[in-house]
Structures are given as structure tokens and as C-alpha cells.
Design a protein around this ligand. Structure first.
Ligand SMILES: Cc1cc2nc3c(=O)[nH]c(=O)nc-3n(C[C@H](O)[C@H](O)[C@H](O)COP(=O)(O)OP(=O)(O)OC[C@H]3O[C@@H](n4cnc5c(N)ncnc54)[C@H](O)[C@@H]3O)c2cc1C
Length: 441
């Protein structure tokens, strides 16, 4: 189990590293600089431009899907941070323009096409691109933008902003004037942009050598399907129960339709099973996938996994399709005869809409696991919990002394918010609460 000391140490390490990298351009600019002092407002405007661009570059690092980067945080936490840093970077970059124009109207010539056409087009393009980045992220659904198109345009717009920003800094050359400074700045920008290219080009190229084939399509309950994949000419995937993968169907891994799903089978098997709920354009067709269909699987990712120590009581509080990591974890525990204490509080609309209802009964007979179903529409003779998972349900099934408990929360956002708020109000430290959000955008 993560201890307070480890959690604080790890979080601080990443936060400090982030701050150092964001502020590094200011040190790079200041070293050996002997130019005139142009007044506070101008220097401040320039400084926030440097910081804003560094933050934009780091966005590629945050989203690069390297499991070691930000290791103590889950994907959703990392992406939430990415989103918030994006808004701040927008503020800094737009602020850079505004402050310089306020300080001296002469700076408006940077946007004047009659002075320098390519420069004006590129810089006006940056203002439009970075504003489009944040607007399409904030209002994507309202604007009716399909997720895949948003994701593709997000990468292209961000590349454009960082590329033009880098060229702009090198061209202005007021602070980054020495050759070594220019090489350092350009090298860092290229490394950041390279991460996006590695993620979207190099990784899919490598995946081409490791295709998978759909070997089974099974309806679990109405609207939820389990798809099984067999490795085609390679040994398969090493993963830990609770982790997720990104899946692409078809003959090429270069597809806009790449979706994340948690593995719902045990790591012991060579095949992997994903259990998918019909939701939008991609998932609503999932039941029609034909046997033998080629697929590409990238991963594994995520840290929604059990601690090594078997003396810890694991408490999963999940709703609907949030059961997928639980069945993988239980299957893995059965394989290694892990008899640790385990509680699952599981909310669903009804027994008929509860995937793995029978499978869960088998686990509760074979393992030291207590499964608590919470049904919104129970059958007449139902003796168990009813309604939604709330404070009272949790109180009845979670030990009052939870000092030995580790919590895992996965399900619809309102359920997750309510559960996290309750755990927080009970004083459960955040490093004991692992959350996996399926709606990351
Ligand atoms: C870590 C993780 C694990 C997940 N595990 C499961 C699982 O085990 N079973 C399951 O049914 N669902 C799971 N999901 C959710 C699943 O990825 C989405 O439901 C699915 O991608 C929706 O696609 P769609 O085009 O059908 O729906 P849409 O209506 O297009 O999208 C609905 C929402 O799903 C998300 N989404 C859509 N496309 C993508 C994409 N390419 N990448 C990331 N998010 C996307 C967005 O938040 C979007 O608003 C998981 C999500 C995450 C982040």
C-alpha cells in the first residue's frame, strides 16, 4: 500500500520537476544576457511568453503515454492536469501578446502583414490555434465535434503552436541569441514534439508487427459485449490485472478510432478479453465485430492495480461497466490463490443488466471476497441493497476502522464523485483512493 511519505515524496518530485522545466527557459534566457532593461511590463510579457511556450511543450510529455512519467498518478489525473495546464498556457501566451501591445504599441507590427507577411500569418495563426485548442476542448460536445476528430486536430494545433513559438523565439533572438542557447531551445522543442510523433507514428508502426485476432464475441447483458482477442504470431501481452489498453480494429494501427478499454480477463491467459458497453459511434457497433477481425492493441497502461501486500483489505466501489477491472483482478487472485480480504460494492440498474452476475458468485464462493450488489430496480424478493451507492450503503459494508483498507473507485462520474466525497469526508487519505475514470475527455 502507498504510504503517506511515499505519496508526498513522489508527488513533490514530479511537481518540482514540472516547475523546473516550466521555468527553465527563464534561466536559459538570463544566462549571459547583457541587453538593456526595457522596463518591467515588457520583460514580464516576454517572460510569460517563454513560460507559456514551455508549458505547451510539456503538454506533449504529459500525454506521451510513457508509463514512468507521472507514475504515482492515474491517466485521468494526468489528463486533468494536462487540461488545466493547457488553459494556463493559453492565458500566458495570449497574455504575452496583450501585455507587449499594452507596454508598447510598436509590438503590433509583429501582427502586421504589410511589415512581414509570413511572420504576421504565423503569429495570428498561433493566436487562433491556441484559442481553438482550448475552446474545442472545453466545448467539444456542445460544438458537436466527434472525439476522434477533436483528438487528431488537438495534436496538429498543438504542434503548430510549439513549432511557430520556437521559430518566433529564435527569430526575435533577444534573449536566445547565443548558438548554444538556440540549440538547447530548439533541441528541447524538438524532443517535446518528437514525443507526439513517437506516440502517434512510431508506436503504431511497431504495433504492425504484433496484430491480434478477434476469437470470440459474447453478449454479457443488453448493451454490453465481451470481445476476446488472440495474439497472431507473437506471445501476447504482459499486464497486471486492473490495467487498460488502447484498441484499434482493422488492417492498420494508424486509425483515428483508437479507444481505451480495461482488460477484463486474467493476466495468466494468452488471450485477452475486453468488456465493452455500447455508448457512441464506435462502441455501439461492437457487437457486430466479426470473428477473425484484425486488431492492434497498445499497452498496457494504468495503475488501477492491487498492492503487493496480501494483508491489505481491498475495497472496490464500482458501478455499471466499472466492473471490468474487478473481474480481471478477481480472476488473477483466483489463479494465484490470493485469499486477501476483498469487498466489492457494485451498483447496477437491475440483475438483468448486471454483467458477470454469475461469474461474481463463483468468485465469492472461492475467494475471501464479499460482493454487495446495489440494484436500482430489484426483483420483488430481493433482500440486498437497493437504490444508488451512497454514504449509508458504504457505511454498512466498509469496516469502520479503514486504516488497513485500500479503495478503488470506478463507474459513472456522479457515482465516483459521490463516493470520493464520502471517503474524503471520512478522512480517508487520497493516496488510499485509486480512481479510474472512463470519461477522460
Ligand atoms: C482508462 C479507461 C478505461 C476504460 N475501460 C472501459 C471498459 O473496460 N469498458 C467500456 O465499455 N469502456 C471503457 N472505457 C470507456 C471507453 O473508452 C469509451 O466508452 C469509448 O471510447 C467510447 O467511444 P464511442 O466512440 O463509442 O463513444 P463516444 O460517444 O464517441 O464517446 C463517449 C465518450 O467516451 C470517451 N471517448 C470516446 N472516444 C475515445 C477515445 N478514442 N479515447 C478515449 N476516450 C474516448 C470520451 O470521453 C467521449 O466523450 C474506458 C475509458 C478509459 C479512459
Amino acid at each position: 500500500m502507498v504510504t503517506r511519505v511515499n505519496f508526498v515524496k513522489n508527488s513533490l518530485k514530479w511537481l518540482i520537476l514540472f516547475l523546473v522545466l516550466v521555468l527553465a527557459p527563464l534561466f536559459l534566457a538570463a544566462v549571459g544576457h547583457s541587453g538593456e532593461n526595457r522596463g518591467f511590463l515588457i520583460e514580464f510579457g516576454v517572460a510569460i511568453g517563454f513560460i507559456g511556450l514551455a508549458m505547451m511543450g510539456l503538454q506533449f510529455v504529459l500525454t506521451a503515454r510513457y508509463s514512468k512519467i507521472g507514475a504515482p498518478f492515474g491517466l485521468d489525473e494526468l489528463l486533468q492536469f494536462h487540461g488545466q495546464m493547457g488553459y494556463i498556457a493559453w492565458g500566458f501566451i495570449i497574455g504575452h501578446f496583450i501585455i507587449l501591445f499594452v507596454a508598447d504599441l510598436e509590438y503590433l507590427k509583429f501582427l502586421d502583414p504589410t511589415v512581414n507577411l509570413p511572420r504576421a500569418v504565423a503569429l495570428i495563426g498561433v493566436i487562433i490555434a491556441i484559442t481553438a485548442l482550448v475552446a474545442t476542448t472545453y466545448w467539444r460536445e456542445k460544438m458537436g465535434i466527434i472525439y476522434e476528430w477533436w483528438r487528431a486536430s488537438h495534436g496538429v494545433l498543438a504542434l503548430f503552436v510549439v513549432f511557430v513559438g520556437t521559430v518566433h523565439i529564435l527569430q526575435v533572438g533577444y534573449y536566445i541569441s547565443e548558438l548554444w542557447q538556440q540549440i538547447t531551445w530548439a533541441g528541447l522543442s524538438l524532443a517535446a514534439m518528437g514525443m507526439l510523433i513517437h506516440n502517434r507514428v512510431w508506436r503504431p508502426m511497431k504495433m504492425r508487427k504484433k496484430p491480434w485476432r478477434v476469437s470470440s464475441v459474447k453478449q454479457e447483458v443488453d448493451g454490453i459485449w465481451s470481445i476476446e482477442f488472440e495474439p497472431d504470431g507473437h506471445p501476447g501481452l504482459d499486464f497486471t490485472a486492473g490495467q487498460f489498453v488502447w484498441v484499434t480494429f482493422g488492417n492498420s494501427p494508424f486509425s483515428l478510432q483508437q479507444h481505451p478499454f480495461t482488460i477484463s480477463s486474467s493476466p495468466k491467459k494468452k488471450s485477452i478479453r475486453l468488456t465493452i458497453k455500447e455508448l457512441g459511434d464506435f462502441t455501439s457497433e461492437i457487437g457486430n465485430v466479426e470473428l477473425g477481425t484484425k486488431a492492434f492493441i497498445e499497452g498496457p497502461y494504468g495503475s488501477f492495480t492491487l498492492s503487493e501486500s496480501r494483508s491489505i483489505h481491498s475495497v472496490f466501489i464500482v458501478g455499471g461497466i466499472g466492473i471490468t477491472p474487478v473481474v480481471s483482478v478477481l480472476d488473477a487472485m483466483r489463479n494465484r490463490q490470493d485469499q486477501r480480504e476483498f469487498t466489492v460494492i457494485y451498483g447496477t440498474p437491475s440483475i438483468e443488466l448486471t454483467p458477470f452476475y454469475e461469474e461474481l458468485k463463483v468468485y465469492s464462493a472461492e475467494l475471501n471476497v464479499k460482493i454487495v450488489h446495489v440494484l436500482e430496480n430489484p426483483p420483488e424478493d430481493w433482500q440486498g441493497e437497493t437504490g444508488l451507492i451512497d454514504k449509508d450503503v458504504m457505511k454498512r459494508h466498509i469496516p469502520s476502522d479503514f486504516s488497513n483498507c485500500e479503495f478503488f473507485v470506478c463507474g459513472p462520474p456522479p457515482m465516483m464523485d459521490a463516493v470520493e466525497t464520502t471517503l474524503n469526508s471520512w478522512g480517508v487519505p487520497i493516496y488510499r483512493v485509486n480512481s479510474e475514470r472512463f470519461n477522460i475527455a
